[in-house]
Design a protein around this ligand. Structure first.
Ligand SMILES: [Zn+2]
Length: 314
């Protein structure tokens, strides 16, 4: 199967620290490369992580606080320096268009890359990709912010032994996949008879926000959820005041939504031991938990073998 993985480029909120860069996340998903929230220093973090600029096909910005966008000038200019030939689509809240325009034209450079601004104006579809749909939802921060999710549609996995048992091979397989039923010497074979349900995979990205319905909607059924956990529960009042989540709140979302792998990030530098985020989250979420470190690679978990609408074993 093609590689689907998250490469963590930075994990600090507000300002970088000695050990944590400003935010930044690169999602490799088959042929797509989605760069989320490139904070200051993202270009160099990509270099350290071995991600070339040509791997970027889309840039998604949640909002225009500096820790989520100050890396844009460097990344945009690098795309031109490297003469990246394919278009790079940029998604961000439309209300922040003035900031996007400034950042992409922050200084003099020879622009050859095809960067296409595609501002999001509300909840819903952002892009219909070959690998799934990219969707946005408005979060609840102190400025307008959007979370994103990538949803691969469910499909069916052909079962070779069932196909063989029915004597189906060659172009007939494709015909059965397209038409759902095949006449095999007067006997009708249905697609369900020779294939198993293959659940689509989901990735969700939730940055700066208070708890709100959109957070749960984005995280629902995610195989991999990247979510901010700026504060610990002891500072829940501060989290609410500044429009953020606590580790406990983020983990509660993951538990409620059946998230398979949870990545906590965007940490406040007021805490010196990152294990505290993990301990707090683990008290409510029993799944696979990652307290993100810079340059960490987090694979999207292997496809779930949930059975749905079929009794065919796998
Ligand atoms: Zn932030």
């Amino acid at each position: 199967m093609s590689a689907r993985e998250l490469i963590v480029l930075g994990t600090s909120s507000q300002a970088p620290t000695r050990h944590r860069n400003h935010n930044g996340y690169f999602l490799r998903w088959d042929g797509e490369g989605l760069l989320f929230d490139p904070g200051e220093g993202t270009q160099r973090q990509m270099l350290l992580a071995g991600v070339p600029s040509s791997a970027i096909s889309r840039i998604c910005v949640s909002h225009f606080h500096g820790d989520h966008c100050l890396g844009l000038p460097g990344v945009v200019q690098r795309l031109s320096l490297d003469r990246v030939a394919h278009p790079v689509h940029a998604h961000f809240p439309a209300s922040g268009s003035v900031f996007f325009d400034r950042l992409r034209s922050a200084s003099v450079f020879h622009e050859v890359a095809d960067v296409r601004a595609e501002p999001a104006t509300g909840d819903g579809l952002v892009a219909d990709l070959a690998v799934g749909t990219l969707e946005a939802r408005r979060l609840d921060h102190v400025v307008e912010a959007f979370g994103y999710r990538l949803v691969e549609p469910d499909g069916r996995r052909m079962l070779p032994e069932r196909l063989a048992a029915h004597g189906i091979a060659g172009p007939d397989v494709g015909r059965l996949q397209r038409e759902g039923v095949l006449d095999v010497g007067g006997l009708f074979v249905r697609l369900e008879d020779v294939s198993a349900h293959r659940p689509g995979q989901r990735f969700a990205f939730v940055m700066d926000t208070r708890p709100c319905d959109a957070v749960w909607a984005l995280a629902e059924g995610a195989d991999l959820l990247v979510i901010e956990a700026t504060f610990l529960e002891e500072d829940a009042a501060l989290a609410s005041e500044y429009g953020h989540l606590t580790a406990r709140q983020a983990a509660t979302v993951a538990a409620d939504c059946g998230v398979r792998r949870l990545v906590l990030t965007h940490f406040s530098q007021r805490y010196d031991d990152p294990r505290r985020f993990g301990d707090e989250a683990a008290s409510v979420y029993t799944g696979d938990l990652v307290v993100a470190e810079d340059l960490q690679v987090v694979p999207v978990p292997a496809r779930a073998e949930r059975q749905a609408g079929s009794t065919v074993g796998a």
